[in-house]
Ligand binder design. Structure first.
Ligand code: PLP
Length: 431
């Protein structure tokens, strides 16, 4: 890798105008050290920085790019759409078509409302759940992420209280107190909250395959038990499938595990790399949303024609072959990392699910937030830098998913595993 001189200079400039030099915190490389690379362009599985360094990308814009960077067909479709107008602020056929396609792929979504981000989707889903149930509280799981709305920036309170406390200044205590925290893969922790306060709980929101504490799959029966508990207490079950939707399978995690949530949140892949989110589900719940019902939610750029076009292009290409290839390469990568770690005697737990994975630098199996936190973030930072130096662009945090796309080849994966062998030796020397 040549020196990232232009990236360094840009970061200096950026810090004078953008808080911390970025528009989303993890991009700043704070937890892995060094300064972030500024990207000039990207194609397929390749990212090129402003200094001309090229990398095999495993961030893939944090999940949306299941077909790789800038596929030629998508670029053509987006170009053609833009020529017809970049925004209407009035209905278009594209929204209807994308909505119908979403419902075909995810049948629990009888009604769909498009928004512009996953944050908006999750925020709006709990609003309609609160309206439907006439209750204010929600249950979320430690380590799950549902965007940056106030209600979700919450951790468990200390001591006897089960009421959430804010994790960010600026989140009102009163808002945080309505969010109850449970442990992922620990159904007893959810049962206890439902027994105690079921009558004031509107929704349980969960990532059916967790991706934001690193990848953590649901334990056998966990999602089933959530469905049963929610039904018993008249609580709505919300699957946040912003990552797993169209990624775990064309029908998301709900298709794989055979669970029907009341509401689903989508984002990332649904926009094909452009800003789109969606929430939807049971018609009797979603018909409360304005103008069908009284629950207010709106958006100037919602259903944007260029973004809808990109989403349609992406969703039309979710073939069985795509998922077969992604899983095959996911398994190759996971096995390669595990083997590289064994050879270097570095403790590593590789959590993989299809085309997403996280190598956790720990001896304990990772099945919830507490066990994720046993990971050695210093070891990850060493690994990250050693991979970057070898032309691999990993997520700049231990607690993020690595994403594969249709553009990643066997050769990419092999090159990545070769780099991991050397990087694991660097980690071993540093431990
Ligand atoms: C990324 C993500 C979000 C937030 O989506 P944005 O488009 O970044 O607002 C919400 N939930 C999950 C599970 C996510 O991974």
């Amino acid at each position: 890798m040549h020196k990232p001189n232009k990236s360094k200079a840009l970061f200096e400039r950026a810090r004078q105008i953008l808080p911390g030099g970025v528009d989303s915190p993890v991009r700043a490389f704070q937890s892995v050290g060094g300064s972030p690379l500024f990207v000039r362009r990207a194609w397929g599985s390749t990212l090129e920085d402003v200094d001309g360094n090229r990398f095999i990308d495993y961030v893939m814009s944090w999940g949306p790019l299941i077909h790789g960077h800038a596929p030629a067909g998508l670029v053509r479709a987006v170009n053609a759409a833009a020529r017809l107008g970049t925004s209407f602020g009035a209905p278009s056929a594209l929204e209807v078509e994308l909505g119908e396609r979403v419902r075909t792929l995810v049948p629990s979504m009888e009604r769909v409302r498009f928004v512009s981000s996953g944050t908006e989707a999750a925020m709006s889903a709990i609003r309609v759940a609160r309206a439907f149930t006439g209750r204010d509280r929600i249950i979320k799981f430690e380590g799950c992420y549902h965007g940056h709305a106030d209600a979700f920036l919450v951790k468990a309170g200390s001591g006897a209280t089960t009421l959430g406390v804010p994790t960010s200044p600026g989140v009102p205590k009163a808002v945080a107190a309505d969010t109850l925290l449970a442990r992922y893969n620990d159904i007893a922790s959810v049962e206890a909250l439902c027994e105690e306060q079921g009558r004031s709980i509107a929704a349980i929101i969960v990532e059916p395959i967790a991706g934001n504490m690193g990848v953590v799959a649901p334990a056998d029966g966990f999602l089933d038990a959530l469905r049963t508990l929610a039904t018993r207490h008249n609580i709505l079950l919300i699957f946040d499938e912003v990552i797993s939707g169209f990624r775990a399978s064309a029908g998301g995690a709900q298709a794989i595990f055979g669970i029907t949530p009341d509401l689903t949140c989508l984002g990332k892949i649904i926009g094909g790399g452009l800003p789109v989110g969606a929430y939807g589900g049971r018609a009797d719940v979603m018909d409360l949303v304005a103008p069908a019902g009284p629950v207010y939610q709106a958006g100037t750029l919602s259903g944007n024609p260029v973004a809808m076009t990109a989403g349609l292009w992406a969703l039309k290409r979710l073939t069985a072959g795509l998922y077969r290839d992604l899983s095959k390469r996911g398994a190759m990568l996971a096995a390669g990392f595990a083997e590289a770690a064994r050879a270097a005697r570095v403790p590593l737990q590789v959590n993989a699910f299809g085309s997403v994975m996280t190598p956790f630098f720990t001896t304990s199996p990772v099945r919830d937030y507490d066990s994720a936190l046993t990971a050695n973030t210093r070891a990850y930072a060493t690994f990250f830098r050693a991979m970057l130096a070898r032309g691999i662009y990993p997520p700049p945090s231990q607690f993020e998913a690595w994403f594969l796309s249709a553009a990643h080849t066997d050769r990419d994966v092999k090159k990545t595993v070769d780099a991991a062998r050397a990087a694991m030796k660097a980690v071993a020397r540093d431990m």
